[in-house]
Design a protein around this ligand. Structure first.
Ligand SMILES: Cc1ncc(COP(=O)(O)O)c(C=O)c1O
Length: 315
């Protein structure tokens, strides 16, 4: 056992678990990286730490600074945890219709929440934060959608960890939010084996799977453009909110309690496994299920869950 000197040392090095019993193809193994095991509860702890330490290194962030970020949830939580541990103030801009759990988690770590119009979703929060950043140049605007430290966290952390634990990986499947996970892990795995295929999971345009976005909705993250995301991705797969919930339940049936985007990613991994004759598919389960309990995703009538998810941003 290791004695850690602070909570930030617990970020990363998450477990990779064989979940091949969910594979629809007996010749295809599926392994899942359980990012919910990070101390803030999601994959976003990694990029929050990288973005903050990068800003410290280049002199943008120092004692007494205030950080500003529009967050669809997990990044806000990761930043709140790290900002608290490092004693920075944090302003989070987010849609007013987010779930109660989300607000409470941010408040637990002392973040200040700025509401953006619920009807404008996470794109509205991004626009509002950009305006606030312009009006308050003293704020440190980390902006996960355009910050190179985001894909770097995955190129130097998540990717090498997957390769270390499963060098035989042939396919990588992950959800697309900022695209940081896909760009960072995808380019690392391809640098080790150019034959590795990278699949992005997106919701249908105009529909919502918490944490994910459709590139067809009109916003392409700058990190996706700057890293030639279109060349890196071998496939973009659309998964509906209903399929996400169906697969979330199958994941739970083998004892893994993951968040809703993990259901979408698993649905994509199953499609991937069906489309190949043999191989090893690695997936990222971005967070645990705790924050989504009020969706009723595991137990309520599935039509009701899908309908409810349209009006509330859970994460
Ligand atoms: C729950 C969840 N899943 C998946 C993602 C996608 O990750 P990335 O932003 O690296 O594309 C996010 C990002 O916001 C998320 O919050």
């Amino acid at each position: 056992m290791t004695l850690y000197s602070n909570v930030l040392e617990l970020i990363g090095n998450t477990p990779l678990v064989d979940i091949s019993q969910l594979s629809p193809n007996p010749s295809v193994r599926i392994v899942a990286k359980l990012e919910g095991q990070n101390p803030g509860g999601s994959v976003k702890d990694r990029i929050a730490l990288y973005m903050i330490e990068d800003a410290e290194k280049n002199g943008k962030l120092s004692s007494g600074s205030t950080i500003l970020e529009p967050s669809s949830g997990n990044t806000g939580i990761g930043l709140a945890m790290i900002a608290r541990a490092k004693n920075y103030s944090l302003n989070i801009v987010m849609p007013e219709n987010v779930s109660r759990e989300r607000r409470q988690a941010l408040e637990a770590w002392g973040a200040n929440i700025i509401d953006s119009p619920g009807s404008q979703g996470s794109n509205g929060a991004v626009r509002m934060a950009q305006r606030i950043a312009k009006e308050n140049p003293e704020y440190v605007f980390l902006y996960q959608y355009g910050n190179p430290a985001n894909p770097r966290a995955h190129f130097e952390g998540t990717g090498p960890e997957i390769y270390r634990d499963c060098p035989e990986v042939t396919h990588f499947v992950a959800g697309l939010g900022t695209s940081g996970t896909l760009i960072g892990v995808g380019s690392f795995l391809k640098s080790k084996n150019p034959d590795v295929k990278v699949w992005a999971i997106e919701p249908p345009s105009g529909e919502m799977v918490d944490g994910l976005r459709s590139l067809d909705d009109g916003y392409i993250p700058p990190i996706f453009v700057e890293n030639n995301g279109s060349d890196l991705l071998d496939r973009r797969t659309i998964i509906s909110p209903r399929e996400s919930i169906e697969w979330l339940r199958k994941i739970a049936s083998i004892g893994i309690f993951a968040g809703i985007s993990s259901g979408a990613v698993m649905a994509g991994a199953a499609r991937c496994a069906e489309s190949i004759s043999e191989g090893v598919v690695a997936v990222v389960f971005a967070d645990g299920g705790w924050k989504y309990l009020s969706t009723g995703a595991w137990s309520d009538d599935i039509d009701l869950v899908v309908e409810r998810a349209k009006s509330i941003i859970y994460f």
